[in-house]
Design a protein around this ligand. Structure first.
Ligand SMILES: [Fe+2]
Ligand SMILES: [Fe+2]
Length: 139
């Protein structure tokens, strides 16, 4: 395990177990974001973007599954809607990964959709914060 990241307080939802997973997730989001912040023309650039996305997708699935289990154990009333949102976000990351591979094959410059990373971060600050308020009993 590399260094264990600490959650940026602005992303903390106040539940340690989920904050720890979010910290790792954000680290992978940032890694992808830094690689994808330019148009990539070199094969090496595509390879590292694809690799970073693969890691991000893998951990996204791990985190979402774990969070869904956690929410089920707390009888979170909006679990079904939250799961649906997770499936949408997974699909967006998977699509971006496909596109990355596709562009690499065609040799075209890749305009990475960095909005994806913003949506992932917004999910923490929005929907994840909502369940945290429910579980922590805060208004
Ligand atoms: Fe989450
Ligand atoms: Fe979530």
């Amino acid at each position: 395990m590399p260094n264990t990241p600490i959650i940026d307080p602005k992303y903390s939802i106040g539940i340690d177990a989920m904050d720890a997973q979010h910290a790792r997730w954000i680290q992978l989001i940032e890694e992808f974001r830094s690689i994808g912040s330019d148009h990539l023309l070199e094969e090496a650039g595509f390879n590292s973007a694809a690799h970073a996305l693969e890691e991000l997708l893998k951990y996204t699935k791990t985190h979402f599954a774990s969070e869904e289990q956690y929410l089920a154990s707390h009888h979170y009333p909006d679990l079904e809607a939250h799961k649906l949102r997770h499936r949408e976000l997974e699909a967006v990351v998977a699509k971006l990964l496909d596109e990355t591979h596709e562009h690499k094959v065609k040799g075209a410059p890749l305009k990475l959709n960095l909005f994806v990373t913003i949506w992932l971060l917004e999910h923490i600050m929005g929907e994840d914060n909502q369940y945290a308020r429910f579980i922590l009993g805060k208004p």
